[in-house]
Design a protein around this ligand. Sequence first.
Ligand code: LLP
Length: 382
Amino acid sequence: MLKGVFPLERFSGLGTPFYYYDVHLLQKTLDIIKEELKNPSWQVHYAVKANADPQILRLIAAAGLGADCVSGGEINEALDAGFQPGDIVYAGVGKADWEIRLGLEKGIGRFNVESEAELEVIESVASECGKVAPVSLRINPDIGAHTLAGITTGLAENKFGIYHALAESVIMRTLDMPHVKFCGLHFHIGSQILDMSDFAALCNRINDLCARLDRKGIIVGDINVGGGLGIEYGHPNHLPIAAFGNYFEVFRRHLDGHRPVHFELGRSVVAPCGTLISRVLYVKEGLSRKFAILDAGMNDLVRPAMYHAVHRIENLSSDGPEQAYDVVGPICESSDVFGKGIILNECRRGDIIAIRSAGAYGQSMASCYNGRPLAPAVYSTE
Ligand code: LLP
């Protein structure tokens, strides 16, 4: 079985579990994004929710990307890491008043507004602060994406955005507000999308809407197409970098007009560079299956339990005969399973297990459930 290359000697001296970040791979990914983006009026805002580890954020900020934030906390984290306020965009269906005030005071680049009710609050907070809020309207395009049900966002039944048919009337309201400046439209159809035709469908929806608005004399300054580019969870050793070239090409080919375009990529930037490293605590024979019980649990990486997400798992310590294991954690929940019937080299107590492609929505979604401390981060360059 082909496995990732890791500094096992270094790992043997470290307590587990921890997140290991391949800084070189992240840097290479950032270089490729910049190379593939090509158009100088296109900008990528890294979706901070995918991984807000301070060192990771600093590297991404230093590469010149903007930040996509979904809370006041993330705005502060992005600013601390060195992102320019004007390069920060802020989305979220439930922005609290203090978060709106923070965004205004810090001078963030854009509020992606998700409802008419929110628009009114932004107008009133901006008026109190004596500021004008730059806003885009987040439009719900009612487009499905071929991904996990829990991470689609662009359907009419999802809570996100303003239904596309109502866009015009909400824009008209925006134009009447003295403390709000209408700048553009924002979309996001879901996450872990590998079928590029989903993004082409989004482009068509955007083109139709912009043409309709154009006919009414409404000028859309720029377009934010959100994030969502998926990665190959099954093949981290063969395909360690997402298909950025194909992704940007879809928008180059299908999006009409010459407006600036913003992207909000999260997973594709950071998922491959992160691995959850743990040890086998016990191997247990069940009635019909064998369990490899790890010292990492669903509190460290919740994706398999929460979305039935699949991460490649490798036993880094063993070349023994391959066997099928249910790979589980120590948490008191039956759903604390990283994978069932996973083929691993024979496991023994103390073996080091790598759960791959965990750099996105791993550490950032971790919790202290069951009184467990948060797994720390370890970097390849330390
Ligand atoms: N923009 C908006 C408005 C979003 O809601 C998201 C992700 C992104 C950008 C970044 O999407 P990405 O490029 O990472 O796909 N916890 C789930 C994923 C939730 C994604 C939420 N929104 C998971 O572990 O799969």
